[in-house]
Write a protein that binds this ligand. Structure first.
Ligand code: C2E
Ligand code: MG
Ligand code: MG
Ligand code: MG
Length: 288
């Protein structure tokens, strides 16, 4: 009987795989059409210095507003788009859109764009970035590209070659989700990143959990040793922020400071005339 069940089980599994593949293919077809149909949107999340709470830039995050399925989070569609290669077109759209948007800001704030491994391994990626900067007339020093360590695993030499070209353009390269991959430390040796972003899984409860605190302190020490600013992702409470401030972390990003929202929500910040007034006063007043 066990045998029968086994066979049935495996048949079920196979047909299940078949329908999964079909579903993925349909999903990817939708994904490709979504660019043309204008279903993608970028939302922007502020990044602030921890010392004074000054907003220094925004991270652009993709949203897919599907007409029937509603909002589909990036965690659901980016892996599919990476598998099929459609991330190349989607990523190009996101880069273009973020640079076009940032070029209109009256403040010289930076914009951070996430780059997937597939895009980075595309030979023409550095040229694309150069062309987009030229077209949008965004100064290269206002663009930051966020790379995850996994992006560097597949073909390190080619990735490094592209990253060096990008840095030569004047674009900054941040290591995203630091502490979640396999080779964080060797990757930091292989390339001179401009910033480390500590993953939010390491930042959570840092004020109350001794292990979390020790790990974040170690990453901050690493940043100091390498002369790299460190940004903490996913800061949700004033206690976490206070801890990070006490430990001299450079920058923070998270729901406590601001949610990822359509740029209209931050219009008063990106179009302010006086840069010294760009702050997140509410949060920082609570902190003091
Ligand atoms: P990420 O680059 O590490 O982005 C940070 C994620 O954390 C975002 O999720 C953001 O909404 C979320 N987040 C920020 N602050 C908080 C917080 O205080 N609490 C919690 N719980 N979450 C917070 P999101 O927007 O769902 O994006 C997920 C991931 O999808 C991103 O992680 C990034 O890897 C990828 N992604 C997003 N946009 C793009 C894109 O344009 N291109 C590529 N290749 N990947 C993208
Ligand atoms: Mg990111
Ligand atoms: Mg991250
Ligand atoms: Mg992430």
């Amino acid at each position: 009987q066990a045998k029968l069940e086994g066979r049935g089980g495996s048949r079920m599994f196979k047909s299940d795989m078949g329908s999964q593949v079909r579903a993925r293919r349909l999903f990817d077809r939708d994904l490709r059409q979504a660019i043309a149909c204008g279903e993608f949107q970028l939302v922007y999340q502020p990044q602030t210095t921890i010392g004074s709470g000054t907003i220094v830039g925004f991270e652009a995050l993709l949203r897919w507003r599907h007409p029937e399925r509603g909002d589909i989070p990036p965690a659901m569609f980016i892996p599919v788009a990476e598998d099929s290669g459609s991330i190349v077109q989607i990523g190009e759209w996101a880069l273009q859109e973020a640079c076009r948007e940032a070029a209109q800001w009256t403040q010289a704030l930076s914009v951070s764009v996430n780059v997937s491994a597939v895009q980075l391994h595309h030979l023409a990626f550095a040229k694309l970035v150069r062309d987009v900067l030229e077209q949008t007339r965004l100064s290269p020093d206002r663009l930051e590209l966020e790379i995850t360590e996994t992006a560097l695993i597949r073909d390190l030499d080619r990735a490094l070659w592209t990253l060096r070209q990008l840095q030569a353009l004047g674009v900054r390269i941040a290591m995203d989700d630091f502490g979640t991959g396999y080779s964080s430390l060797s990757t930091l040796r292989a390339f001179s990143f401009d910033k480390i972003k500590i993953d939010r899984s390491l930042v959570r409860s840092v004020d109350s959990n001794e292990q979390a605190a020790a790990i974040v302190r170690a990453v901050l020490g690493l940043g100091r040793g390498l002369g790299l600013p460190v940004l903490a992702e996913g800061v949700e409470t004033t206690e976490e922020l206070a801890f990070l401030k006490q430990e001299c972390c450079d920058e923070a990003q998270g729901y406590l400071i601001g949610r990822p929202l359509p740029i209209e929500a931050y219009e008063h910040i990106v179009r302010l005339a006086d840069v010294s007034r760009i702050a997140a006063p509410l949060v920082w007043r609570r902190l003091a």
